[in-house]
Design a protein around this ligand. Structure first.
Ligand SMILES: Cc1cc2nc3c(=O)[nH]c(=O)nc-3n(C[C@H](O)[C@H](O)[C@H](O)COP(=O)(O)OP(=O)(O)OC[C@H]3O[C@@H](n4cnc5c(N)ncnc54)[C@H](O)[C@@H]3O)c2cc1C
Length: 379
């Protein structure tokens, strides 16, 4: 399926695009080389006329999607209903509102309901934990929450926007974050999952939160007709516990546009390169003042019960020279910021070491040393 999607959407993928398309597939038989070769060959071995036919079917002479393809898309779209959906069965309820006021009203009337967006976390509660969800409110049809726009100051991302679309908007403004998002799950998951779901789920090892924290992201929360903006740094209270009140939900995520001259990075460390959850994820934002630290924000996932800023480490760096010696000193402050735990992803000791090493990596990168991007070395 992954290769079919690639074949339908990319006429001549690079090796890296093939790797990314296959990132969600865990092979336990042949190894990856033959699969990658097959992906390359499906283009090479197409006879020239077949390839032309493929292009004709996919694109018309103007380069637009051809009528056949467009017709198929139209038929699929026509299956979508424009009415609010409400289903009740065996005392279980499912709602699929179409707009924000319907959603707000239903959420207030059913404050214990589970909000369902892409379902890539909620689905596992059902399939792995066998939880029975009594009331579910699906946000995927809510028009207002599907929009991404860029204002004079912010990227504004509806909470039901897919990670694929959110990632595109963010990486356009912050190109240094491409690697982080390409390592977020895999294309099929990113097409279904939402940024709002990643934030609301509140996992301490969610990949988007450390970087959103250092970028001073804020959330627009809605309950009924009342709306409150909240900095993301106030959102998490404890392990998977947020300030959301019953009947309240995330409507939008606001991300400030980059400042000229700032350095931003986020690095993920996991046992497997693709399709794995982080052991530690670090995010950094630096504004230099000459060769000194004008402003710095540092946050980690996987180091505490919630994604969290490294306040003491930041304090140890403010106004100081941006040098390896100062970084080494500041790394000792991370011990007072975090008391990580050992679990199946990593030991506490490894987490401690790696969070300091990631800060060194950020320093190496911003000090103009060789690129530390994993993609620049290949996988
Ligand atoms: C195979 C696989 C790989 C994964 N890899 C990664 C990874 O690399 N990195 C990572 O961080 N995560 C990963 N995940 C976890 C998951 O994909 C993300 O957390 C995703 O962003 C969740 O979004 P969703 O739309 O699917 O949320 P859902 O599952 O629909 O919801 C998640 C939670 O958010 C709540 N919620 C959703 N929308 C709102 C809203 N608007 N307001 C209030 N509450 C809301 C739900 O009630 C639920 O509590 C992976 C999951 C799978 C299955």
């Amino acid at each position: 399926m992954s290769l079919f999607a690639l074949y339908k959407s990319n006429a001549s993928p690079t090796r890296r695009e093939i790797d990314d398309a296959l990132a969600g597939n865990l092979c336990r038989c042949t190894g990856y080389s033959p699969i990658i070769s097959a992906a390359e060959k499906m283009y090479v071995e197409l006879a020239e006329n077949e390839h032309q036919e493929w292009l004709r079917e996919r694109y018309n002479a103007d380069g637009d999607i051809s009528d056949d393809e467009a017709q198929r898309v139209d038929v699929l779209r026509s299956l979508q209903t424009s009415n609010q959906l409400a289903i009740e069965h065996n005392s279980k309820k499912f709602f699929a509102p179409q707009n924000i006021s319907e959603l707000a009203q239903i959420a207030e009337q059913h404050p214990a309901a589970t909000i369902l967006a892409g379902g890539t976390d909620v689905g596992l509660w059902v399939t792995k934990q066998h939880r029975e969800l009594q009331e579910v409110i699906y946000t995927g049809n809510v028009m207002e929450m599907q929009a991404v726009s860029v204002s004079a100051t912010h990227i504004e991302i509806g909470a039901a926007v897919s990670l694929t679309d959110a990632m595109q908007a963010i990486v356009t403004q912050y190109p240094a974050l491409e690697e982080l998002f390409l390592r977020f799950a895999s294309p099929p998951i990113r097409n279904a999952a939402t940024l709002g779901g990643n934030i609301a789920n509140g996992s301490p090892i969610g990949d988007s939160m450390p970087v959103l924290l250092v970028l001073d992201a804020s959330l627009v929360l809605r309950k009924g007709t009342s709306v409150r903006p909240v900095p993301l740094s106030y959102f998490y209270i404890d392990y998977q516990h947020t300030i959301l009140r019953p009947g309240e939900f995330i409507e939008q995520i606001l991300l400030p546009l980059p400042f000229a001259g700032e350095h931003v990075a986020s690095y993920k460390v996991s046992k497997r390169f693709d399709q794995d959850i982080s052991a530690v994820c670090g995010a950094y934002r630096l504004i230099k003042n000459g060769d000194r630290v004008g402003d710095i924000k540092i946050a980690y996932g996987g180091m505490a019960a919630i994604p969290k800023r490294a306040d003491n480490c930041e304090q140890a760096l403010f106004g100081k020279e941006w040098s390896a010696a100062v970084i080494a000193e500041a790394i000792t402050a991370l011990d007072s910021d975090f008391r990580p735990i050992s679990d199946m992803r990593s030991s506490a000791q490894y987490r401690k070491i790696i969070c300091g090493n990631l800060l060194k990596r950020f320093h190496a990168e911003t000090a103009g040393e060789k690129s530390t991007r994993v993609y620049s070395y290949g996988r």
